[in-house]
Design a protein around this ligand. Structure first.
Ligand SMILES: *[C@@H]1O[C@H](CO)[C@@H](O)[C@H](O)[C@H]1NC(C)=O
Length: 333
């Protein structure tokens, strides 16, 4: 009887570990320098997306606090852009993640605006070659593009949901910024197409969100110039020249007139952080600090990119020399 009970127990364990085995191996107990008793669970690891080439994508899941019932909250996939930027180093460490890095580069504090207050957030390094994601086939880095990025991310999702079955059928959103203005809708379309006609799909896709999205040159120019102008960053006349000189042109190969107008705009804007105009820029902040004492939101913004990079290299000692952004034409389609 003792034996059959222990065999039963063994089988239970086996079932448990086949369902949750990989997942429990991925659990993060604590990151170096993180605050104690954060009240939420974190996981990270690799999911192979192409066995033959040896491509594996790195993810970091940050669940909602246990007190906020993560099991009843949606799952949000987050993708940074670039193309070639790390979702760990930007999205998680600088933007919407649970932790911010202190200037010492060694300790973390909680970000009160973290998205995991409301949803379970899954950061993905994409495509292979970006951040901690890798490929064992060097030529992959030269043949990458939007299409494979979406396909690999889709395979990632399919395999990831197998590792985290508790998220199957959960409300699921795809979010991202900048060049993810391409990644997000393209992946969304794949998920949508492959869910078509499926009752109760595993990937229960509800919608997508993009911020500061790269859409196409025409709309991106119009949006950017309008933003500068309506926020008082450029003069009426510079706004007009930008619209005339740039709107119908290419952003990769702007005309001479467009470059001149862009230069004029840059001079008028002065030393600001264009991604966060109400926070102080990284350098030459003394006059700004003097003039605006107490009136700007204190944020580390772009300034802490390099410390985040060092910090997370230490936290996940998997790949040294991680690039925060490998902005290379190779990553464009
Ligand atoms: C890449 O190669 C290493 C070394 O041979 C191996 O350990 C790893 O599993 C491979 N990765 C994938 C995704 O196949």
């Amino acid at each position: 009887m003792g034996e059959s009970r222990s065999i039963g127990f063994f089988f239970l364990l086996l079932i448990f570990s086949t369902c949750f085995g990989d997942q429990t191996l991925d659990k993060i107990t604590e990151l170096p320098g993180q605050p104690k008793n954060v009240g939420f669970n974190q996981y990270s690891g690799y999911v192979t997306v192409n066995q033959q080439a040896g491509r594996a994508l790195f993810y970091w899941l940050i669940e909602s606090p246990v007190s906020r019932k993560p099991e009843s909250r949606p799952l949000v996939l987050w993708l940074n852009g670039g193309p070639g930027c790390s979702s760990i180093a930007y999205g998680a460490a600088e933007e919407i993640g649970p932790f911010r890095i202190r200037p010492d580069g060694k300790t973390l504090y909680l970000n009160r605006y973290a998205w995991n207050n409301l949803a379970n957030v899954l950061f993905l390094e994409s495509p292979a070659g970006v951040g901690f994601s890798y490929t064992n086939t060097t030529s992959d880095l030269y043949t990458t593009g939007d299409k494979r990025t979406a396909e690999d991310a889709y395979v990632f999702l399919v395999n990831w949901f197998e590792r985290f079955p508790q998220y199957k059928h959960r409300d699921f959103y795809i979010a991202g910024e900048s060049y993810a203005g391409h990644y997000v809708p393209q992946l969304s379309q794949l998920v949508y197409e492959r869910n078509k006609g499926v009752q109760n799909p595993v990937i229960n896709f509800k919608g997508f969100l993009v911020g500061n999205a790269v859409t196409d040159d025409y709309h991106d120019f119009i949006g950017t110039f309008e933003y500068w102008w309506t926020h008082g960053l450029i003069s009426d006349s510079t706004y007009r020249s930008l619209r005339v000189a740039c709107d119908l042109g290419s952003s990769t190969h702007p005309s001479l007139q467009c470059m001149n107008a862009l230069r004029a705009a840059q001079i008028e804007q002065g030393n600001i952080d264009p991604y966060s105009i109400f926070t102080q820029p990284c350098k030459d902040t003394s006059t700004l600090r003097h003039n605006m004492r107490g009136h700007y939101v204190s944020s580390q913004s772009i300034c802490s990119v390099f410390s985040s990079y060092e910090h997370y290299n230490g936290a996940f000692p998997l790949i040294s020399n991680m690039n925060v952004c490998i902005i290379s034409p190779l990553f464009y389609q």
